[in-house]
Design a protein around this ligand. Structure first.
Ligand SMILES: Nc1ncnc2c1ncn2[C@@H]1O[C@H](COP(=O)(O)OP(=O)(O)O)[C@@H](O)[C@H]1O
Ligand SMILES: [Mg+2]
Length: 230
């Protein structure tokens, strides 16, 4: 579904991403682990077109999208849940969900399925985003990314600062979405146990490069926990 080859990215003179290549497969959760500041978010922003890359190619479903704007990538089927959620605090839950449909026609309804996945959003539909708890905001950010039915769902540290019961709910939703088989999921995570539970495939980044990769079921045996321990 996603095929990334040899991305190099710079902030000014700092070489952040070094020849990064990866694949994400339909029906699978690919987990990207790594300590703070290694370049995980920069990679996701590069995939979304939010920061420019110097070299490299990005293919979604066989189509080269590295020249696309973020809007065009969203329309091509990339859903993005940014680190820190970035929901619109002054807009209602409903309006936030509509933002996920911004490039569809105005009459496109919010998919009812989002409220099955996250029932709390139905109860809170007229509340402002800023009035939701952190965990509810995270669920809203995921639902917003799902609203347009992406082929690839990218999540940047969805468990950050969130209470355990909601982390469990989010994990269940991610697994369920992958198991349906029509979506690839790329999950950046620093919470090792959550990452390991969900990973079909894993990647470990250090200083802008992948230093380890393999199957999720081998993470423990391959010592990934120590590679990312703080
Ligand atoms: N907008 C920016 N301008 C300059 N440097 C940045 C910017 N954003 C991040 N960086 C630097 O790029 C590196 C990677 O950051 P980031 O991708 O956020 O890491 P991670 O998500 O793995 O914690 C860090 O050294 C960070 O300081
Ligand atoms: Mg980050």
């Amino acid at each position: 579904m996603l095929n990334v080859k040899n991305i190099n990215q710079y902030y000014g003179g700092s070489h952040i991403l070094r020849d990064v290549s990866l694949q994400c497969t339909k029906g699978k959760v690919t987990v990207l682990l790594g300590r703070n500041g290694v370049g995980k978010t920069t990679l996701l922003k590069s995939l979304m077109g939010l920061v420019p890359i110097k070299t490299g190619s990005i293919e979604l479903d066989g189509k080269a999208i590295q020249g696309y704007t973020p809007y065009e990538r969203a329309r091509a089927g990339v859903g993005f849940v940014p680190q820190g959620r970035e929901i619109f605090a002054r807009l209602t839950v409903e309006e936030n969900l509509r933002m996920g449909l911004a490039y569809k026609s105005a009459s496109t309804p919010i998919p009812a399925e989002l409220f099955t996945l996250f029932p709390v959003l139905k109860q809170m539909i007229n509340r402002r985003g800023g009035d939701l708890s952190g965990g509810q905001q995270q669920q809203l950010a995921i639902a917003r990314a799902l609203a347009a039915g992406p082929k690839l769902l990218i999540l940047d540290e969805p468990t950050e600062g969130i209470q355990p019961s909601i982390i469990k709910d989010i994990g269940r939703v991610i697994r369920m979405l992958a198991d349906r088989g029509d979506m690839a999921i790329l999950l950046v995570e620093q919470y090792y146990d959550f990452a390991q539970e969900l990973a079909d495939d894993y990647l470990v980044m250090e200083r802008g490069e992948f230093i380890a990769r393999g199957l999720g079921k081998d993470m423990e045996a391959n010592g990934v926990r120590n590679l990312v321990a703080i």
